[in-house]
Design a protein around this ligand. Sequence first.
Ligand code: FAD
Ligand code: EPU
Length: 308
Amino acid sequence: MIRIATGVGLPFRDDAVLEALADTGARVRVDVPLGDCTTIRLGGRASILVQPQRLDELVWVLKKSHRLGLELVVLGGGSNLVVVAEHVPATVLHTRRLDWIVPEAGGLRCGAGASLVGAIKRAMSNHLAGLEGLSGIPGTVGGAVYMNAGGRHAEMGEFVRSVTVIERDGGAREIPGTEIDWSYRSANLGDAIVAEVRLTMPFGAPHRLRRRYDEILAEKAASQPLSAWSAGCVFKNPAGASAGRLIDVSGCKGMEVGGAQVSPVHANFIVNTGGGRPGDFRSLMARVQETVHRSHGVRLEPEVVIWS
Ligand code: FAD
Ligand code: EPU
């Protein structure tokens, strides 16, 4: 049975491809505005977006795409992503429905599309300590592993017992967390797709974990524009320095291009003030880079992922 939600304005339409993807059991949508799937709320459209709900559907999507020669890009919670392209020239694999969180001895087993906040809350209620250090980070568990999300209080890699990844040809393997090359904002997993994650944590008293969660969230709410539309920090911190501080002291806070603005709260966030367009974000990013380079001689590297 074909389950295709039909949209309008699709630049091309290949019914054989749509049918092959729908045959996997995954939900297939066409002509999807990706601004709705990203926290910065801007960006172009996906001609095809596929949402598997089970691991076997995910494997089938990958096998079929590989056979058909389709290029796939992966979308989690869209909280570290800016879609600049008007039409993404690839099939978008959206992990949102791979959303299970299952407590197991000393940890949790999570689908890649499970919300990180949901996993943190489940860990706390199951007396599992540490993950609350990632308080304030949106997105999915799969995205947090792929990006090795974190900050001052914790990094995702610290809690990973193993990751089940699916390669682009559909081959699956489980990698122990100790064999992953964790680095600043990357698990160095290349093309592999994070399908399921096993987390391991020591015991902690729920009221203490909750207090730490609230404290970290309050600290972030005071220094970051958590409720604005953004993709988090735009640039990586250069070795031994803070990109936010460099941007701030270079005088960029409040700088605007169209509907994109350097946040007056934290200078390493570019926020969409409403009606922001991808081009605005791109231009403002370049302007910030130039300004910091001129005043401090430092070339800031993007931390956000850009689909152009
Ligand atoms: P997406 O944005 O959907 O994708 C990011 C990248 O990961 C893309 O390249 C995508 O292809 C890839 N990806 C996603 N899922 C998978 C998968 N299953 N398999 C393979 N590749 C995948 N980040 C921090 O590290 N620390 C912070 O403190 C922090 N604070 C933030 C605060 C705010 C308000 C916002 C908006 C963002 C913040 N971020 C922070 C950035 C972001 O939340 C994290 O990077 C998050 O882990 C990204 O997860 P995601 O599911 O949204 O990934
Ligand atoms: N600062 C300024 N002006 C600003 C912003 C920051 O002077 O506009 C100063 C602060 O006062 C502080 C220093 O810069 O002295 C560092 O700032 P902060 O504590 O906010 O940390 P950060 O290095 O800017 C990093 C991560 C954040 C993460 C926080 C907390 C990067 C690029 N950023 O920010 O991650 O939430 O630590 O752990 O690594 C993200 O990756 O998207 C993100 C938000």
